[in-house]
Design a protein around this ligand. Structure first.
Ligand code: C2E
Ligand code: CA
Ligand code: CA
Ligand code: CA
Length: 277
């Protein structure tokens, strides 16, 4: 009788949780997901174009719902940013990166991982402090972590400058993500000590189409070079795009031509196969 009563209680509790969860607002659901750490990180290989070697990855978050389905980040990151839940999500991404790739990063100093930071963390420097604390006692180097942020993070130029200074002092590199897709000012780009620029997929897509649109890509490349920024192209889907970028001196690329984002174990196997010799 006792096991039966226990089973009944469990079913009832499960039912209550299920019903209450169904009635929650999207924000409420996301808050519960944060509490239950329902986020997983997939890793998209970053390729050195001249050699084809895999030099690292970008960490891309997914929300794994209790039913096992994966929710794409663009479906919950905007809500997470508006509600402030992005901060604990960022922290969980950092934890996953250090847990899943930490040992390999420590053993292979040439391997890098890029982490996406939200605009607010660029303004306040919060994530940089969190990373510093989590790196204590770890063997990997801060320089193996590349921090990415979109233009929105750099609107408050003075605040961004302070955070970038702290991040660089800690040893990290900083990349401007999705450059040219949002609020852009060449002035701030020139005045901030950034390390890298990621060429958005929307520009890579224009390569080989009409010359007017793809010349924007050329301009981004020459501007980045003038500013001494390392270039990483994203969304590379065809060999023609890879060849074009490589011919223009873009050294790094990610995209489905090489690999999609994948779970840590798959990424580590991919990296092992294709790491720099
Ligand atoms: P992003 O930072 O620009 O990341 C690149 C996106 O392009 C990823 O989508 C990636 O899977 C996708 N992608 C890469 N190669 C190709 C390709 O060849 N073709 C196509 N069609 N797509 C490609 P994903 O993983 O869905 O991420 C979407 C966005 O969500 C990211 O764009 C980023 O802005 C945001 N995001 C992802 N993870 C995080 C995170 O941990 N923190 C924050 N703040 N934002 C994140
Ligand atoms: Ca990114
Ligand atoms: Ca990007
Ligand atoms: Ca993008």
């Amino acid at each position: 009788l006792l096991p039966f009563a226990l089973l009944l209680t469990l079913i009832m509790i499960g039912g209550i949780v299920w019903v209450s969860r169904r009635r929650l607002s999207p924000r409420g659901e996301l808050a519960i997901a944060v509490g239950k750490r329902e986020f997983v990180v997939h890793y998209q290989p970053v390729i050195h174009l001249p050699t084809g070697a895999c030099v690292g990855a970008e960490a891309l978050v997914r929300w794994r719902r209790p039913d096992g389905s994966l929710v794409r980040p663009d479906l919950f990151i905007p809500l997470a940013e508006d509600s402030g839940l992005i901060k604990p999500i960022t922290d969980q991404v950092i934890d996953s990166v250090l847990d899943e790739l930490g040992p390999t990063l420590a053993a292979d100093a040439t391997m890098h991982v890029a982490i996406n930071l939200c605009a607010d963390d660029i303004r306040t420097g919060r994530a940089v402090r969190v990373i510093a604390r989590k790196l204590e006692g770890k063997e990997l180097q801060a320089g193996q972590l590349l921090l990415e942020a979109t233009e929105r993070g750099f609107i408050d130029v003075e605040a961004a400058r302070t955070t970038i200074g702290q991040a660089r002092a800690a040893g990290h590199s900083l990349a401007i993500d999705d450059f040219g897709t949002g609020y852009s000012s060449l002035q701030y780009l020139q005045s901030l000590p950034l390390d890298a620029l990621k060429i958005d997929k929307s520009f890579v897509e224009t390569i080989g189409l009409d010359s007017a649109t793809s010349s924007v890509t050329d301009h981004i490349i020459s501007m980045a070079r003038a500013l001494g920024l390392l270039l990483i192209a994203e969304g590379v889907e065809t060999q023609a795009q890879a060849d074009y970028l490589r011919a223009r001196g873009v050294d790094f690329a990610q995209g489905w031509l090489f690999a999609k984002a994948m779970p840590a174990a798959d990424f580590l196997a991919f990296h092992q196969q294709r790491r720099a010799q």
